[in-house]
Design a protein around this ligand. Structure first.
Ligand code: SF4
Length: 674
């Protein structure tokens, strides 16, 4: 096997309109400044995408990027990023995924894949290290994400399809260890604005990137890699870092807990902190929440590991649901398709999850939109009979408990607390049928048409994740300013405020500083493409943070945040970058690269019209308190936002100022690459 020392700067450029392809080269300077993954992908998009294009039009560009760490065998490094203009939000969407595609892309010799144009016919893009094919996808159209991948990976089955192109091309060599697929389901084909893209059993979840593929008539992409071996430039240092990283992961409480029960471990913390979304974020806790906790799932569903590869944290699990093997729903799915709809039946949530995964759509946006419809039906804004359900659709919960009595006498097809009608609603969204077609536009579009903006729980059009920010003010600021909308991963402040108990949650103090820091760090981590969850182990286990007494750290974080931030040692990340690429990078350079990536993304959003008024939270979060909350918390957004803009170097309307561009060496006008 041939070797690639560290990384490849070869970018595979595809034009679906005329079925042409070429190779371009990312510059070493861009590699140093934007690292790879999300960062380099953002720069490639900046150089190519004109502002104002229709996200579902021919001119939108989809970029798929492996990271510097992808394919190296470092812990939690089997990841990659996708970027395009979002059809849900109209601004830049980014998503990271731990499926197998990224490693095959990189080991085919590419540091990135750029897809532009629109195919006249439904197609599959196939490539290896030396050639590209455009295959007919007529027989795959309409298949779900799992069936599509299975067919494309099974050469004999593919040959039996009627598709003439699929009959003739490289399917003879199909090998699931050497090929990986990106596939959309019916939701992507039907342009559901929150359609996702599957890679194995993992997903590029947020912002509707699946609809971007669908709009280009692109059903799937097959990468045949395993041609090159990715070898770190300094393999001795790399091996030492791997050992250290694994040690940190094994010692850190957060990553240990993730490995035992998965992200569902968060349910108990969030319910206790009274910030569990219940009934469209009206309540913050529920006495049935224990039924969807990770611990209960582990006990009742015979769970086993089902992770991204390679991974040392291992948060992904599968178990027995409805009598079959199925992925354990992630925390976000358990809350957005569970507690937030008033549902605590694990088998029912697993069925909802399965419909979304197979149909190819984001469970967070699907759940957030459903919750909006339930409340709109309750308030009479949407007719109660938009979905019918069969009389016998009442399900017995997985632990034998019945849903509440009100379920049995449900008169409304979609109502909080009842699973009735939800499967039908989700199916109708993926198929874009009836009212499902409107739901496929998301909660912001629905509320603009029917009213009820105040309870559309979204920011910039992206539905909010499963943590109520009234219990975590820093997260409230992070949701409001996150570049892709109400994202919990842009700056996961709830981890510091709630899970780790390091930062007082119900104060505005120090939050702007921490949001900025975590945003920048997260951007750089996503440029390396190692898992976000490594952040806990890699920043809290190094000596300085680990051995600083907790009460000292807490006080510093609150009263002297700049001093506290200096204690966070994240040097293992740039050390990995240097060991793999041979390019020297300090911690300062690393966080500066993150800032550069974040600001560039923000600037691209301002070109699409984003301003200060858009850095807002849903009215419910800033005007209403959680029902039953003695502390009467609402998010003090204005206060935090002003300080945040100042720290970021934005003007009062939220636009990065010219001086910031100079400081970060971002070209103020992109060189347009035709
Ligand atoms: S910790 Fe979870 S999300 Fe992260 S790489 Fe591992 S399995 Fe994937």
């Amino acid at each position: 096997m041939e070797e690639i020392k560290g990384f490849s700067n070869k970018i595979l450029e595809i034009n679906l309109t005329d079925k042409s392809w070429s190779i371009s080269e990312a510059s070493i300077k861009d590699r140093e400044m934007y690292i790879g993954g999300k960062g380099l992908g953002m720069k490639l998009l900046y150089d190519r995408l004109k502002p104002g294009v229709d996200p579902l039009g021919e001119d939108n560009i989809l970029i798929i990027m492996p990271g510097v760490m992808t394919g190296t065998g470092a812990p939690c490094s089997g990841r990659f990023e996708a970027i395009a203009k979002s059809p849900l939000t109209g601004i830049i969407a980014t998503a990271s995924c731990g499926g197998p595609f990224g490693i095959q892309l990189k080991t085919a010799g590419y540091g990135g894949l750029v897809i532009r144009g629109k195919s006249a016919h439904r197609c599959v893009l196939w490539f290896d290290h030396e050639t590209v094919e455009f295959l007919d996808a007529s027989d795959l159209w309409g298949l779900d994400t799992a069936e599509t991948q299975k067919l494309l990976l099974a050469s004999s089955t593919v040959k039996n399809t009627k598709s003439n192109l699929l009959d003739s091309v490289k399917v003879e060599s199909a090998d699931s260890k050497k090929e990986a697929i990106l596939a959309i389901g019916p939701a992507g084909e039907n342009l559901v604005r929150f359609a996702n893209i599957a890679s194995g059993h993992r997903f590029l979840g947020r912002g509707g990137l699946g609809a971007v593929m669908g709009s280009k008539n692109l059903k799937a992409i097959v990468a045949k890699g395993s041609h090159y071996k990715i070898v770190p430039v300094d393999s001795e240092l790399f091996e030492r870092l791997k050992k250290k990283a694994n040690l940190f992961i094994k010692r850190e409480a957060v990553t240990i807990s993730m490995g035992k029960v998965g992200t569902a471990t968060n349910v108990k913390f969030v319910n206790k902190a009274k910030m569990l979304p219940v009934w469209n974020y009206s309540f913050g806790e529920h006495d049935q929440a224990f039924r969807i906790s990770g611990e209960m799932i582990k006990e009742k569903h015979d769970t086993k590991l089902n992770t991204c590869k390679p991974c040392s944290i291992m948060c992904g699990h599968k178990g027995k649901f409805n009598g079959k093997d199925a992925p354990v729903p992630e925390y976000e799915t358990l809350t957005l398709l569970g507690s937030n709809l008033g549902i605590f039946d694990r088998d029912a949530i697993s069925r909802f999850n399965d419909i979304c995964n197979r149909g190819g759509m984001d469970t967070i946006s699907a759940g957030g939109t459903l919750a909006w419809v339930m409340e709109a039906v309750e308030k009479g804004l949407v007719p109660h009979d938009v979905f019918a359900y069969p009389d016998n659709s009442h399900q017995v919960a997985s632990d034998g408990l019945q849903q509440s009595e009100s379920d049995k006498s449900a008169q409304y097809p979609l109502m909080f607390g009842s699973p009735c009608g939800i499967e039908e609603a989700l199916e109708s969204i993926t198929k874009a049928e009836g009212f499902g077609k409107e739901m496929g536009l998301g909660s912001r579009a629905l509320s603009q048409k029917y009213g009820g903006k105040e309870f559309a729980i979204q920011v910039k059009g992206l539905e909010m994740a499963g943590y109520d920010p009234r219990g975590s003010y820093g997260l409230g600021l992070a949701y409001a300013v996150a570049n892709r909308g109400a994202c919990h991963l842009s700056a996961s402040l709830m981890a510091f405020e709630v899970f780790l108990g390091l930062l007082k949650p119900d104060t505005a103090r120090a939050k702007p500083q921490f949001v900025k820091f975590v945003e920048d760090l997260t951007c750089s981590i996503n440029a390396l493409q190692t898992c976000h969850f490594t952040m806990y182990a890699y920043t809290l286990e190094p000596m300085l943070t680990k051995y600083t007494p907790k009460f000292v750290l807490k006080n510093l974080m609150l009263w002297l945040p700049e001093v506290a931030l200096a204690l966070f040692d994240f040097s293992i990340y740039p050390a990995f970058f240097s060991a793999i690429t041979g390019i020297k990078m300090s911690s300062g350079d690393f966080i500066k690269a993150g800032e550069r990536i974040h600001v560039l993304e923000r600037y691209m959003n301002t070109r699409e019209g984003i301003r200060s008024k858009d850095d807002a939270l849903p009215e419910r979060m800033v005007m209403e308190t959680i029902i039953g909350d003695d502390k009467k918390r609402i998010v003090p957004l204005k206060e935090m936002l002003k300080k945040y803009y100042k720290l970021r170097g934005y003007n009062s309307d939220g636009i990065p100022v010219a001086k910031l561009f100079e400081q970060l060496q971002i070209p103020s006008e992109p060189c347009s690459i035709a």
